[in-house]
Design a protein around this ligand. Structure first.
Ligand SMILES: Cc1cc2nc3c(=O)[nH]c(=O)nc-3n(C[C@H](O)[C@H](O)[C@H](O)COP(=O)(O)OP(=O)(O)OC[C@H]3O[C@@H](n4cnc5c(N)ncnc54)[C@H](O)[C@@H]3O)c2cc1C
Ligand SMILES: *[C@@H]1O[C@H](CO)[C@@H](O)[C@H](O)[C@H]1NC(C)=O
Ligand SMILES: *[C@@H]1O[C@H](CO)[C@@H](O)[C@H](O)[C@H]1NC(C)=O
Ligand SMILES: *[C@@H]1O[C@H](CO)[C@@H](O)[C@H](O)[C@H]1NC(C)=O
Length: 549
């Protein structure tokens, strides 16, 4: 019995050998990531100065402040759960040298760096990760200085500043200047300008990136570079191409734009029984061609009818910003959109900063100080986007309304283009959606219910509406707006060196500009240090060799 090894024993023997072989491999992996982590910490402390210990701005998960620091800039409850992947460390730089150190240490240890400014990314990619690998959040909120130069009407704005802080600062210096950027005051400069950025002056002045003249970045080698030092290709890429694929942006230098002392806003609501369909149909022929000083957005929502019990209807809310007084506005509206029946009574004249408050849903008489408040009442949110290049017919609109009522909660925001947007060439910045676009659609669903069923319902209804809209929107590629981050687009790869996957969302966000973005990426960051779920991939190494031949 002892002499012969039974097949069973042999099997056991092999299994044991197999286990012996397997065990060290997995523990090596664990040791490897701990070593990396320790190397990262050591690397950071190597960059400390006697005056400033870098360890004071590093939060490990065992630090009692870690949850508060992490949650402070989570703006979407979908990513505020116990199962949301969390960073190994959060670094909150106070100095530009801290950002340089974080980049160099990420390069040394290959631990992924996520960059967060205002945290408003709609799919949370600035502070979560879809990869199993550990990651670090570089949280820019302390770097928020704004330096206005009234002689040149420009300003250096650090990435961690919010739009509200910028608007406040401009208005406290001048009554006749503004900046064309988004309407939500807590949005961060870093992600907003890095992704394009637009607001209610886009028909007059274009996007935020159309009014950027310089910037300061930390590149992949830890160098601080301005526009001149980084060169025009990289400057082009970090103003609209999703800066996080290329560098950490420390600050942008923006050009302020003139605004009149009096601007006018209005808000008019129409339900289906008040000709909403006819008005929205007509709006498509007017809104992108009317006076450039007028931005007339339409919010479209399924609601319960006020007149008929138990009946659902669609409400179209025309909410507008006009760079002029109400008399001038009435002339424009009576001439070009009399169907809306706008009355002088509907118009509210105010200063530009009051219009900022109005658009942010504050009473325009509120003190502008509220724009400095960084708190944000977050709910669960999902957003998507589309572009419309051919007006949708009345029967088309009716079929869409029917679908929206059936789905229940998902709404639209129609944002008119035209004006300055059509004059700027599609390749001037990475943002390609210029001439030929009548309007952009934002799909929007927000909810409070924490249940899994609610989550599934709302996520699936917004996706179903997006799919239903296919015949009415841009095709090949179906275009999308980078600032309305949507991880449903393309395959989420979290920065694997995957050119083909990157090309799917890349063409939707950037169309013909995708190629140049890839070339810039390959030139400045071939190792793909700056990567995320939807970053610009470098050319695959093989094709790089091929290309050089
Ligand atoms: C309530 C709300 C309202 C909005 N309104 C508008 C609007 O009116 N107009 C509009 O255009 N958009 C709007 N957006 C979208 C917004 O512009 C984008 O989500 C933008 O990316 C947010 O920037 P952030 O710095 O707050 O976000 P973050 O989540 O911090 O960052 C977004 C992306 O940018 C990267 N990034 C951030 N900082 C840097 C940096 N310093 N260097 C390099 N990369 C960086 C991040 O890594 C991430 O990929 C809105 C979003 C929300 C939630
Ligand atoms: C830290 O600095 C020391 C001394 O210069 C050096 O030997 C070491 O390699 C550095 N470690 C890291 C992780 O950067
Ligand atoms: C996240 O959850 C914490 C409690 O766990 C809460 O205090 C905080 O307000 C939440 N933030 C968001 C954006 O949901
Ligand atoms: C709807 O439009 C028609 C003409 O297109 C008009 O006769 C009617 O008065 C309008 N109804 C309302 C409620 O505005």
């Amino acid at each position: 019995m002892e002499k012969t090894s039974s097949p069973l024993l042999l099997f056991h023997h092999h299994l044991l050998l197999f286990l012996v072989l397997l065990l060290p491999i997995s523990s090596w992996a664990a040791i490897d990531s701990t070593t990396n982590y320790q190397t990262f910490i050591k690397c950071l402390s190597n960059h400390s100065t006697p005056q400033h210990q870098i360890s004071s701005i590093v939060y490990t998960s065992s630090n009692p402040s870690y949850p508060t620091v992490l949650q402070s800039y989570i703006r979407n409850r979908r990513f505020n759960t116990s199962s949301t992947p969390k960073p190994l460390l959060i670094i909150t730089p106070l100095l530009h040298s801290h950002v340089q150190a974080a980049v160099l240490c990420s390069k040394l240890t290959k631990i992924q760096l996520k960059i967060r400014s205002g945290g408003h990314d709609f799919d949370g990619i600035s502070y979560t990760s879809s990869a199993a690998a550990p990651f670090i959040v570089l949280d820019m909120f302390n770097l928020r200085s704004i330096n206005l130069d009234t002689t040149t009407n420009t300003a250096w704005v650090e990435s961690g500043a919010t739009l509200g802080e910028l608007y406040f600062k401009i208005a406290s210096t001048s009554k006749t200047h503004g900046f064309p950027a988004g309407v939500c005051p807590t949005v961060g400069i870093g992600g907003h300008i890095g992704g394009g950025g637009y607001g209610n002056m886009l028909r007059k002045y274009g996007l935020s990136i159309d009014n950027v003249v310089d910037c300061l970045i930390v590149d992949v080698n830890g160098r601080v570079l301005d526009r001149k030092a980084m060169g025009e290709d990289l400057f082009w890429a970090v103003t609209g191409g999703g800066a996080a694929s290329f560098a950490v942006v420390l600050s942008y230098k923006i050009r302020l734009v003139p605004v009149p002392e009096t601007v006018t806003v209005f808000r008019v609501e129409k339900t289906l029984d008040q000709n909403a369909t006819e008005l929205v149909h007509r709006w498509q022929f007017v809104a992108d061609k009317i006076d450039n000083g007028l931005f007339m957005r339409v919010l479209i929502q399924p609601i319960s009818s006020r007149t008929q019990k138990g009946v659902k209807t669609i409400r179209a809310t025309f909410i507008s910003m006009f760079l002029g007084n109400s008399k001038q506005l009435m002339t424009v509206m009576n001439r070009d959109f009399p169907e809306l029946g706008l009355q002088k009574l509907d118009c509210m004249e105010m200063s530009w900063i009051q219009s900022v408050l109005y658009w942010a849903n504050f009473d325009p008489k509120t003190s502008p100080n509220v724009l400095l408040d960084r708190t944000y009442a977050a709910d669960f949110q999902k957003r998507k986007s589309d572009y419309v290049q051919t007006p949708i017919s009345k029967t088309g609109l009716e079929s869409i309304w029917k679908k929206m009522i059936e789905l229940g909660k998902t709404g639209f925001v129609f944002n008119p283009y035209g004006g300055r947007m059509s004059e700027i060439p599609a390749a001037a910045t990475p943002f390609p959606h210029r001439a030929g676009n009548i309007f952009k659609i934002q799909y929007s669903v927000s909810w409070e219910d924490e249940g899994v069923e609610a989550y599934k319902n709302y996520m699936s209804q917004i996706r179903e509406l997006h799919s239903f809209m296919t015949p009415f929107v841009s095709k090949s590629p179906r275009e999308a707006f980078l600032c309305y981050r949507d991880l449903d687009i393309g395959i989420t790869h979290n920065g694997k060196d995957s050119y083909n996957e990157g090309k799917v969302y890349g063409l939707m966000y950037f169309k013909g500009n995708f190629d140049r973005l890839v070339r810039v990426k390959t030139m400045v960051d071939p190792q793909n240090l700056f990567r995320n779920e939807q970053s610009i991939p470098p050319f695959p190494a093989k094709s790089r060799i091929y290309r050089r031949k």
